[in-house]
Design a protein around this ligand. Structure first.
Ligand code: ATP
Ligand code: MG
Ligand code: MG
Ligand code: MG
Length: 468
């Protein structure tokens, strides 16, 4: 409602956020639409009967009603940002869709962030106010999506996908869809889900990697995809899902893979700055529950701070973290190390956004191009937000002989079933290319400073959760 509706008759369809009978002659409704609220008053004046007052004040919370009335200024001004400063004086109420009398949780109780420590936790706080745990919220996700915070988070998520596609299309990239049902689990890395495929076994794709590269070999030059990624990782962490939305791209380059690294950097800066600009009101709403939302530090020059993986290792050492160099060649950073490095970089360089280049070859997949100057390293990079990984990318090997050698070095047999179509793509020539993969849910999570990736997924999937 805005000033233009003042003293005019309006009809709204909204949910009942709250209903109460004040007296035999007066009842109040709080109406809610996409997290925004407006107060409605019904008073017993001709032709409104006392029966209608009782009916209106006794409406089940969450029911969808159609209300007609005149827009007025309330006697006591409303100061809450999420409640309209105008109110409706009701003349008609119709039930559109009635909610059950008992709901598994109250939407208003789910407005507060769930306790961070455990999924179960206490059911009421010290003042006796119900605490809705993350588990209860996710079990009742449809109700949970109705909260002001969830409404805003889902807008941010929609914004990230839109901005990613906008940037890609502007750069001449083609939007592709690659198969999620694949015949062989050849990519390596994380576990894959098996599915029954008539009389055979198929697998759910753990990334579009091999197909993106086959599109490059098919002369598509610059491609991107927004699609589900499946990982059979039995790890219950704050940042891993078994199904997530992947934002992937792959493109050719002329001289150096840093052209693509810089492309990825510009892409992320575009997404992060545009989110702040286009979704300021949603960010402000989310800040009420998660104060760090949108308070995201880019370096002063608007680029990502860039350093090599080994510079990151040196920073950790300098700060007294126990890192053996040998170990660092064989294993990727643990989440704890990533976070420690994030803190060091924030303190030293005042940024939440950086990229590490030149990861050791041993921690990257077989299709990654080794650094021609030092084969222990690779032309590969990870981007980080608030000290945690949001993107991995690399230059890929485009020469068939080099690709076969790299496979053997990783203990893979090029003649092995399942690799033939991928390898054939390189036997007919393929231009130099590089790319990357981002997790949509991770960008939302770290941009908003949410404690758990499940809060940035509509219907999250993890090892325990297959519903709703
Ligand atoms: P991590 O080190 O966190 O396990 P990863 O290196 O295994 O991630 P990649 O294979 O590089 O992940 O996938 C590309 C991107 O996809 C990651 O940078 C991250 O943003 C996202 N991602 C990866 N795994 C998950 C997951 N299980 N749940 C949600 N997002 C994920
Ligand atoms: Mg992983
Ligand atoms: Mg990783
Ligand atoms: Mg990675």
């Amino acid at each position: 409602l805005s000033e233009e509706h003042y003293e005019k008759e309006v009809t709204v369809v909204a949910r009942v956020d709250n209903a109460r009978v004040q007296s035999a002659k007066l009842a109040f409704l709080m109406l809610r639409q996409q997290g925004q609220k407006v107060q409605a008053v019904i008073a017993a004046t001709e032709p409104i009967s006392r029966q209608m007052i009782k009916y209106t004040g006794g409406l089940n919370v969450n029911s969808i009603v159609q209300v007609t009335g005149t827009v007025k200024k309330p006697e006591i001004p409303i100061s809450s940002a999420s409640i309209s400063h105008l109110e409706i004086h009701i003349t008609k109420v119709y039930m559109i869709s009635e909610a059950a009398q008992m709901l598994p949780m109250q939407v208003k109780d789910a407005e507060r962030p769930p306790p961070e420590t455990t999924e179960e936790g206490p059911q009421v706080d010290s003042e006796g106010t119900p605490i809705v745990t993350l588990k209860t919220r996710l079990d009742n996700r449809v109700l949970d999506l109705q909260t002001e915070t969830s409404q805003a988070i889902t807008w941010i998520s929609s914004g990230v996908s839109q901005l990613f596609a906008e940037y890609m299309i502007k750069s001449g990239s083609r939007w592709i869809s690659t198969p999620k049902l694949v015949g062989a689990a050849t990519e390596g890395g994380s576990g894959v889900f098996e599915v029954k495929y008539f009389k055979r076994t198929a697998y759910l794709a753990q990334s579009p990697q091999l197909y993106k590269q086959m599109c490059i070999a098919g002369d598509m030059e610059n491609v991107f995809e927004i699609a589900p990624v499946f990982r059979a990782e039995d790890s219950n962490t704050h940042r891993h899902l078994t199904e997530f939305s992947g934002l992937d791209f792959e493109k050719t380059f002329r001289g150096h893979y840093h052209e693509v690294l810089e492309f990825a950097e510009d892409l992320l800066v575009f997404i992060l700055t545009q989110l702040k600009e286009r979704y300021a009101s949603q960010i402000a709403t989310i800040q009420k529950s998660y104060p760090k939302a949108g308070d995201f530090k880019l370096p002063k020059d608007g680029k990502a701070l860039r350093m090599n993986y080994m510079d990151g290792v040196a920073l950790l050492k300098e700060a007294g973290v126990d890192v053996s160099e040998q170990e660092r060649f064989e294993n990727d950073f643990s989440t704890a190390m990533e976070k420690q490095l994030g803190q060091i970089i924030r303190d030293k360089y005042d940024t939440d956004f950086y990229v590490l280049d030149k990861f050791p070859m041993a921690v990257r997949p077989f299709y990654t191009k080794a650094d021609p100057n030092d084969k222990r390293f690779s032309n590969s990079y990870d981007f980080f937000m608030r000290g945690e990984e949001i993107m991995s990318g690399a230059q890929r090997i485009n020469d068939i002989k080099e690709l076969e050698e790299s496979m053997r070095a990783k203990g893979l047999e090029p003649n092995q079933e399942g690799f033939e179509d991928y390898l054939n793509a390189f036997r007919q020539g393929c231009p130099p290319h590089a790319g990357g993969g981002l997790g949509l849910n991770r960008i939302v999570m770290f941009f908003l400073g949410l404690p758990n990736v499940r809060l940035a997924s509509l219907f999250p999937r993890d090892p325990q959760r297959l519903r709703p």
